[in-house]
Design a protein around this ligand. Structure first.
Ligand SMILES: [Mn+2]
Length: 289
């Protein structure tokens, strides 16, 4: 499926340009609708289980299965802040491997992957807790899951075009001109948005409001920026309702365009406390990388 450049293996780094070109052929996904697209989880395992139940999924071990063959789509940012980052990842990896789920990468996920690859990353914004959870697993499970997460982030394109072009899912959103293309800039935009250089009073970067200018025909479903309620604008929908901050976990049923939400069971993280720098934990080897 993905054409690897013959020199791919000699070039370290998940976002080497040749691999990004390979991603350009993989952004279109043929998995047919219907889908259930789930917003930023950030380790909110209890709310995920409740939401899956509301959506009609059952868990076969860690594999999600829907009696009508629906596909679950993760919008990225599975880890950090909530108490069950590893449990969320276990469900995602098992379901992706079983072909019952789709996934696009979030900024927190790619930071975890960089940690797993042995890069020097700060354990801030909840990553320290995720690493602690990982280190509490038996060593073999640490290696297998760590490797699966690192490989997923290295291989997954930054966004997906679904339903023959009628739907695009991207963690932080996407501009119309980017749809169908992939490069380093587009990959960063889909994970982070485009920072303006300013910061909010809580210390988070302020990002340019791309959805205000979006005029594309494809519905863009995204997350990344927590809102008090879902927001439809110009054929875009933000379904990040800030579950880890005590909001709600939200899904979009597609093509029905129904919103299904479960309230957070509690407040797992306070934004104002997040920028603190945690002491570094020992590195986890992801399969010997
Ligand atoms: Mn995010």
């Amino acid at each position: 499926m993905t054409d690897r450049h013959p020199h791919d293996r000699s070039r370290p780094g998940a976002f080497a340009p040749d691999r990004l070109i390979a991603h350009g052929t993989a952004v279109r996904d043929r998995t047919p609708p219907p889908y259930d697209i789930v917003g930023d989880l950030h380790g909110c395992i209890d709310e995920l289980r409740e939401l899956l139940d509301r959506l009609g999924y059952r868990l076969d071990g860690d594999i999600v299965r829907h009696p009508e063959g629906r596909t679950l789509a993760f919008l990225g940012d599975l880890n950090d802040r909530g108490p069950g980052s590893i449990a969320v990842w276990s469900i995602a990896i098992a379901s992706l491997q079983a072909g019952t789920a789709l996934y696009v990468p979030g900024n927190h996920d790619s930071k975890l992957a960089r940690y797993l690859m042995g890069r020097d990353v700060q354990l801030t914004y909840g990553l320290a807790e995720t690493v602690d959870e990982l280190l509490a697993l038996p060593p073999r499970r640490q290696r297998v899951l760590g490797r699966a997460i690192a490989d997923l982030l290295a291989e997954t394109p930054p966004y997906r075009i679904l339903d023959s072009g009628r739907l695009v899912i991207a963690h932080a959103g996407i501009e119309e001109w980017m749809i169908g293309r992939v490069d380093r800039e587009i990959s960063a935009f889909c994970r982070f948005g485009e920072p303006t250089g300013e910061r909010s009073p809580w210390g988070f970067p302020i990002r340019r409001d791309w959805a205000a200018d979006y005029r594309g025909k494809a519905l863009v479903v995204y997350g990344h920026t927590p809102m008090h309620a879902v927001e439809w604008r110009n054929n875009t929908l933000n379904i990040d309702t800030g579950c880890a901050f005590g909001g709600a976990l939200t899904a979009l049923r597609y093509p029905e365009r129904e919103i299904v939400s479960v309230p957070a069971h509690r407040v797992y993280a306070e934004p104002s406390m997040e920028a603190r720098v945690n002491p570094p934990s020992p590195s986890v080897a992801a399969g010997g990388r």
